[in-house]
Write a protein that binds this ligand. Structure first.
Ligand code: PRP
Ligand code: URA
Length: 210
């Protein structure tokens, strides 16, 4: 089964991504832009949520109006940069549950090392969206999704801002059932496992740590 990649090519998303890529964009703007893009991602990943109708009364008439049939979302942030995406998605769906999985890339081996795992108790009853701005080697995302599949959520999607072609291929080699939503699939990875042209280190740029 070939995995699905959904490139969110909305002009507003692409414009904001360009601002984020610029070297001179300061942390505050970077964080705000990521949050804004993530609200738009939230619309994309929830596009197939089922709706039902309820009877309501407007000031003018009664009507059958659509509401979400299924509010059971769980967003999972891959720490720490995933928080930047989850914050934006919560602006759209404030009642979603939130989980966190802490992973960092060993700078030498690029292997993902887990240091934290806290997921809502009822996550198995929910549709899960796993978020991390960067899909580079995909080691972090592959490890996170492998761990989260043990919980058995109703469905799973992965959201990132920028992906590498190598990361997409590796991710779908292990998780072809998990669609990837991204604003861009860039050119390639460099020798240090950074995405080219990319936007640098997402965590450092969000939190101003370098
Ligand atoms: C970055 C990024 C991803 C990971 C992507 O996090 O936020 O989690 O690298 O790289 P990969 O696809 O090659 O695994 P990092 O490990 O730098 O940790 P941080 O979020 O704490 O900065
Ligand atoms: N992690 C990042 O934050 N950026 C990259 O380009 C690769 C990994």
């Amino acid at each position: 089964m070939a995995g699905r990649v959904i490139v969110v090519d909305h002009p507003v998303v692409q414009h904001k991504l360009t601002q984020m890529r610029r070297r001179e964009t300061p942390s505050g703007d970077f964080r705000r832009l990521l949050r804004e893009i993530s609200t738009l991602f939230a619309y994309e990943v929830t596009r197939d949520l089922p709706v039902t109708t309820v009877e309501i009364e407007t000031p003018v008439a009664q009507m059958m109006a659509p509401v979400l049939a299924d509010r059971s979302m769980c967003f999972v942030s891959i720490l720490r940069a995933g928080n930047g995406i989850v914050d934006g998605m919560l602006d759209v769906l404030p009642n979603a549950r939130v989980g966190h999985i802490g992973l960092y890339r060993d700078p030498e081996t690029l292997v993902a090392v887990e240091y934290y795992f806290k997921i809502p108790e009822d996550a198995h009853q929910r549709h899960m969206v796993v978020a991390d701005p960067m899909l580079a080697t995909a080691n972090s995302a592959i490890a996170a999704v492998r761990r989260l599949k043990e919980i058995g959520p109703r469905s799973m999607k992965f959201v990132c801002l920028v992906a590498s072609p190598e990361g997409v291929a590796s991710f779908h080699a292990e998780h072809p059932d998990v669609p990837i939503y991204t604003a861009s699939v860039d050119e390639r990875l460099n020798d240090h496992g950074y995405i080219v042209p990319g936007l640098g280190d997402a965590g450092d740029r969000i939190f101003g740590t370098k």
